[in-house]
Design a protein around this ligand. Structure first.
Ligand code: IPE
Ligand code: IPE
Ligand code: MG
Length: 231
């Protein structure tokens, strides 16, 4: 089986999962954490190099304050609960997005877990938090322009590799497989530059229902795709 090096997932459908059960949306986020744990461990066991999870978008700040607060609390709890276990399993945590916008306590947890796991050689678990693809590109352009002004290189030297290195994902390979749960046929501002040749896999399963077997099914389908890259 051909294994994707980098899997990126738009974890959608927590609210719908909860509504179907007559529960508050936040119960869906809580249940979704169990899927996160299972998918992370499965990727690590399979030997996937990078797993990028879209956990909170720049647009998600538009949600009710109470839902945002609970999501941030769940993030903090998740890291508190599993960081030692992930560390033992050789998983390395990374994060992309406007991390300075996260509440202090969640950010501290995130930073300390990244620090604790930085020497690990297993799966890179890359969390996209307060992440937006357009914001990331604008930020990269600003840094690039500054470096050109500082004469680090000339505008003519800028190529795709240099530009990529200015993104938050600099140093990581592009996603081979992009999964979206709960059936929506859109990208929602996720990894706009990086997914130019990713294979897409959209499933109707809601995120809290997406488990090991569903991931294996997606990888199986991926391994049967013919990637031509325009050639
Ligand atoms: C995904 O589930 C989680 C986040 C975006 C944080 P949603 O909360 O978007 O759930 P639906 O799409 O409303 O069902
Ligand atoms: C995308 O889901 C963002 C995350 C999964 C974090 P949304 O639920 O925010 O996306 P839209 O609103 O359906 O595009
Ligand atoms: Mg949604």
């Amino acid at each position: 089986m051909k294994l994707p090096q980098h899997i990126a997932i738009i974890m959608d459908g927590n609210g719908r999962w909860a509504r179907k059960r007559g529960l508050p949306r936040t119960a869906g986020h809580k249940a979704g954490m169990e899927s996160v744990k299972e998918i992370v461990e499965t990727c690590n066991e399979l030997g996937v190099k990078v797993l990028t999870l879209y956990a909170f978008s720049t647009e998600n700040w538009k949600r009710p304050k109470k839902e945002i607060r609970l999501l941030m609390d769940y993030l903090k709890d998740f890291l508190a609960k599993y960081s030692n276990e992930f560390n033992k399993k050789n998983i390395k945590l990374n994060a992309i997005g406007q991390l300075e916008k996260l509440p202090q306590s969640a950010r501290n947890r995130l930073i300390s877990t990244i620090e604790m796991t930085k020497g690990n050689q297993g799966l890179i678990l890359n969390l996209a938090l307060s992440y937006g693809g357009r914001a990331e590109i604008i930020e990269a352009v600003k840094k690039l322009v500054k470096d050109v002004q500082d004469k680090k290189f000339s505008p003519e030297q800028i190529d795709e590799n240099i530009f990529s290195s200015y993104l938050h994902t600099g140093g990581l390979p592009d996603p081979d497989l992009l999964i979206r749960t709960s059936g929506e046929m859109r990208i929602s501002n996720f990894l706009l530059w990086q997914i130019s040749y990713s294979e897409l896999y959209i499933t109707n399963k809601l995120w809290p229902d997406f488990r090991q077997g569903d991931l294996v099914k997606a990888i199986n389908e991926y391994s049967q795709r013919k990637r031509r890259f325009g050639g």
